[in-house]
Design a protein around this ligand. Structure first.
Ligand SMILES: [Zn+2]
Length: 313
């Protein structure tokens, strides 16, 4: 039997991206809009050092123009974590901007992340999990080794569609867009990307997809929003439901270690409800998830190591 692997990843979307999702605006000089790099990243670094787990951090290229954010990202790399490309500007409409702009978003992202990582990142994660065959072609042209954006989760898909409609009904415009429902039929375990991308490739040598975590059976979302915000009981139940997959791929966001009260984000917490859960509570949930997976025989690796393990099979 193949070894059971678990991988944690954190998308370092800075606070203004959440304002964009909810159709809100922020003052440019507000210190709180840098809370992800200034406060969450050091918390993740400390927690992962305590737990002895590696992680893959997906970095938005433009953030590396900020000296403090660049220094934080370099510290992550120095601590043995992997840095991946989360595009240069995190455009939610990336799949609709046309091929030239799409390619620029990917290549500039690679160059910016390389400044912090010391080498080109191997992995890619699309903004909002939205991906297309055209974007996969661009990734292949750019030499990307693996992608981790496919989220074959019916519950998430309907919730996102409903949320965009709700925001629109309130007279604001969300920058979020939804994927084709065909993504829901994609494999939930690592696979080589075929044509179309939600099918397995029958040939060798193509890019590896590491789908975002869903439970066995009902394919409930196994991501920070569901695992961390639900508290220890929900986290324990969801972890038991995903255990058994060859790879448990738990995708978190920088905001998963931020708190409305601790970090002065009360205004955003009205729209982003998981911010109301305290940092300490989220930290202890994450600790118990790691312990539970280890007890189930899982070994923690970076996503790149998980991709290599899949290619070697
Ligand atoms: Zn993102």
């Amino acid at each position: 039997m193949a070894e059971r692997l678990a991988a944690l990843s954190v998308d370092l979307d800075e606070i203004p991206n959440y304002y964009a999702i909810h159709g809100l605006t922020a003052a440019a000089d507000d210190e709180r809009t840098r809370a992800v790099y200034a406060r969450a990243v050091p918390r993740f670094r400390e927690l992962f050092a305590e737990l002895g787990v590696p992680c893959t951090f997906f970095v938005i290229g433009q953030d590396m123009a900020d000296e403090r954010a660049l220094a934080e990202a370099r510290m992550l790399a120095a601590a043995g974590h992997e840095l991946g490309n989360h595009t240069q500007n995190h455009r939610y409409d990336l799949t609709r901007v046309g091929r030239a702009d799409m390619k620029r978003e990917v290549t500039e992202g690679i160059e910016s992340v390389a400044k912090a990582f010391g080498r080109a990142p191997a992995g890619f994660r699309a903004p909002g999990y939205t991906i297309t065959d055209e974007l996969f072609e661009v990734l292949a042209e750019c030499g990307v080794a693996y992608d981790s954006s496919v989220f074959p989760c019916p519950a998430y898909w309907s919730a996102k569609t409903a949320m965009i409609g709700l925001i629109r009904a309130r007279g604001r415009r969300s920058h979020s867009i939804v994927d084709t429902p065909a993504v829901l039929t994609a494999p939930a375990d690592p696979y080589r990307i075929g044509d179309p991308y939600w099918k397995r490739a029958t040939t060798e040598g193509t890019m590896v997809e590491l789908p975002i975590g869903v439970t066995r059976g009902a394919r409930l979302p196994y991501i920070g929003t569901s695992v961390m915000a639900g508290g220890p009981t929900v986290a324990k139940a969801l972890t038991a439901m995903i255990a058994g997959r060859p790879l448990v791929n738990l995708e978190l966001h920088g905001v998963d270690l931020l708190g409305a009260r601790e970090d002065g984000l009360e205004a955003l917490a009205k729209h982003q409800r998981d911010l109301s859960v305290s940092v300490e509570s989220k930290r202890s949930t994450l600790r118990s998830v790691v312990e539970q997976l280890r007890a189930q025989g899982y070994r923690f690796v970076t996503l790149f190591e998980a991709a290599r393990a899949h290619m070697a099979r």
